[in-house]
Design a protein around this ligand. Structure first.
Ligand code: ADP
Ligand code: MG
Length: 307
């Protein structure tokens, strides 16, 4: 089972669109998928047709702030293999309430632990910040995927994000790694995007054998191009596969889901190989200092901090 946090401290980059549609694609490929909405804007919740202003219904807010709240009271089925832990509009308040909780970064992990063997994927949609909600996502996840655009300022944001993941791996969650980035609203034919994608590939290649959480990270294929259908479907409370299953956006997310599944199968295969292989002698290797995250190229426009 894989637990993936879709994380980027910038808003509007494609986190929610990716969590929802990748989740739906994985479910249609036979995987049992749980999506967790950790954004007070509750866009994922809306996207799957659940009303986040219905305060009668339990939500991730209850899991985070009420010790007695249990997962089964919160979890909502979207279809046979797809379930959601919805957000609600006052989730922002949980950020402050959590500051007094014991083991406050692991609250969500403890609450979701009973579901680990009931799902093949848990996909967590993070808010656009690096606060306590995102920390709970990073304590729960074992992988981070970064939806982003191929723009200069995005690289600067990425290095900040990687620093955060490294801190979490040094403390709350030693198993956390960065699986890679997904290029969203991608425009492959501009010089700028080609240059940034080239920088990303170079950076990940350079990090491949370093002791950093993003060793082994990649630029996922295919990128998701700009497709108006993907922007339309949330307002109908539908995934792209319910709304327009043959559009380019749907096809791209389906291919990405297949990429993720192929990764899982390769991982399972190599775990079997390791179990069978004779124990190799242990080598002691001196490791050089990790490379610094990519230096941003000069910004094309004034920077606006999202934090
Ligand atoms: P985030 O969760 O990072 O804030 P969203 O997934 O909500 O980002 O995407 C931001 C906006 O862009 C939304 O209105 C969404 O519908 C739209 N969008 C996302 N991906 C695409 C795409 N590939 N093509 C067109 N619009 C998109
Ligand atoms: Mg979002």
């Amino acid at each position: 089972m894989r637990r993936i946090a879709f994380m980027n401290q910038k808003g509007g980059v494609g986190k929610t669109t990716t969590a929802v549609n990748l989740g739906a694609a994985l479910a249609s490929l036979g995987q049992r998928v749980l999506m967790v909405d950790l954004d007070p804007q509750a866009h994922l919740t809306l996207h799957v047709g659940i009303d986040p202003t219905d305060l009668e219904a339990a939500s991730v807010y209850d899991l985070l702030t009420d010790e007695g709240a249990e997962l089964d009271a919160v979890l909502r089925r979207v279809d046979e293999r797809l379930a959601v832990v919805p957000a609600e509009v006052n989730l922002a308040g949980a950020e402050a309430e959590l500051t007094h909780a014991a083991d406050r970064q692991r609250v969500l992990r403890h609450k979701l632990a009973p579901a680990f063997d009931r799902f093949d994927f848990i996909l967590i949609d993070c808010p656009p910040s690096l606060g306590m909600l995102t920390m709970n996502a990073l304590a729960l996840a074992d992988e981070v995927i970064v939806p982003m655009q191929a723009q200069f300022l995005a690289l600067q944001g990425l290095s900040k994000l990687l620093e955060t993941v490294q801190l979490v791996r040094g403390g709350v969650n030693p198993n956390l790694s960065v699986a890679g980035v997904i290029l969203c609203m991608h425009e492959p034919h501009t010089n700028l995007s080609r240059e940034v994608v080239g920088d990303l590939h170079a950076f990940f290649e350079q990090s491949a054998d370093q002791p950093v959480p993003w060793a082994g990270a990649k630029v996922y294929e295919p990128p998701i191009r700009r497709n108006i259908k993907l922007a339309e479907c949330p307002s109908f409370g539908q995934t792209i596969f319910q709304y327009e299953p043959t559009c380019p956006g749907a096809r791209s997310y389906m291919m990405l889901a297949q990429t993720l599944l192929a990764e899982s199968q390769a991982e399972a295969g190599s775990a079997d190989d390791q179990a069978d292989a004779p124990q190799a002698p242990q080598l002691h290797i001196e490791v050089a200092a990790p490379p610094a995250p990519p230096a941003p190229s000069p910004p094309a426009e004034p920077e606006h901090s999202e934090l």
